[in-house]
Ligand binder design. Structure first.
Ligand code: ASP
Length: 334
């Protein structure tokens, strides 16, 4: 029987129904396997399970140090288990899964993130199905950081939360689902990392800012004046990476000032499907001339965590920019 470690980090899945449903930090309790056995009959038949509570946080409280704690827990027990299931709040699950996908070199075992929209102790919970699916998935040969939710499996760094109230909380707009649970488990695509020793490189520099453009935005207040506090700026531009570059409402002078001071500019899109093409319109072309980097078809979550990861590991801007354009962990198509 495969050995699987379940790591608890919090979120709705770890909330007790009878206490506040709105504040998981107050209502979370340290789960143990006896509780699972009671709530999820049959779980033990899938794998030889162990479980550890790392912390119990609403996932809005996640910070890079907590991503690193999850990564360290997996690293510490990497040789002892065949796969890992991480119970996590859905709100920032895609960020944590993306961050770990960059941090783990040569991952050869499944790391499956799951959670639920309704607490495990609730009669109508989606947690049972998500847990059973995730543990089963963790026993298979799917060496990815993935998100398993509502019978679907997404590559972690391609997923994004799309629904607050529906059991179908996630989507992977620019990448097919990796697997689907129906009558049988249908595995559709598998990521094959380079062979080599597993390595945890979970360090992240949070000196990053995300700016979502809107018509009429005051760029003097939203674009940093220089790169001393914000080393990289991720801009959620319009459509194909389009942005205002003409007349009085133009982003270009502020962007130019920021890049000349040593800031890195990444342009992603408010449109979730398809990829950024900075060559298509004047605004994108001008940003390109200032050295902006296209995020391709990456999610915003992947952009933020990838640049945090690169800034923590490399000083040289050419290396950071080149690596950002590369596909490091299946996060971008090209
Ligand atoms: N607020 C919760 C969290 O992300 C929501 C959830 O788990 O679904 O921690």
């Amino acid at each position: 029987m495969k050995r699987i470690l379940i790591l608890h980090t919090g979120g709705t899945i770890t909330m007790q129904l009878h206490v506040s449903q709105n504040d998981s930090s107050r209502s979370a309790v340290a789960f143990n396997l006896d509780f699972f056995e009671e709530q999820v009959p049959g779980l033990r038949e899938i794998a030889d399970l162990d479980s550890k509570t790392l912390f119990l946080e609403d996932s809005s409280n996640m910070i890079p140090e907590l991503w690193a704690r999850i990564a360290e827990a997996i690293e510490a027990d990497y040789g002892n288990y065949d796969g890992f299931v991480v119970l996590h709040g859905t709100d920032t699950m895609a960020y944590t899964a993306s961050a770990l996908s960059f941090a783990f070199d040569n991952l050869s075992k499944p790391v499956v993130f799951t959670g639920s929209q309704v607490p495990l102790s609730n009669r109508r919970t989606d947690a049972r199905r998500n847990l059973i699916n995730s543990v089963e998935l963790a026993t298979l040969n799917l060496p990815e950081v993935c998100i398993c939710f509502n019978d679907r499996v997404y590559r972690g760094n391609r997923a994004t939360k799309i629904s607050i109230g529906d059991f179908d909380a996630f989507a992977s707009p620019n990448h097919p689902v990796l697997a689907e649970f129906g009558l049988n488990l249908d595995i559709r695509s598998q990521y094959r990392p380079d062979p080599g020793a597993f390595r945890n490189r979970a360090r992240f520099d949070p000196r990053v800012q995300l700016v979502k453009l809107f018509p009429g935005m005051d760029f003097s207040r939203t674009i940093p004046g220089d790169a001393s506090d914000v080393r990289a700026l991720v801009i959620e531009a319009y459509g194909s990476g389009n942005l205002p570059a003409g007349g009085s409402h133009t982003l270009i002078p502020a962007l130019g000032k920021y890049t000349r001071s040593g800031g890195i500019v990444i342009i992603t899109s408010q449109a979730v499907y398809d990829e950024v093409d900075l060559d298509k319109y004047e605004g994108g072309r001008q940003a390109l001339n200032l050295g902006a980097i296209s995020a391709g078809d990456m999610t915003t979550e992947a952009c933020i965590t990838k640049i945090m990861y690169l800034l923590a590991h490399y000083e040289d801007h050419i290396t950071i920019r080149d690596l950002f354009r590369e596909n490091l962990a299946g996060e971008r198509t090209r």
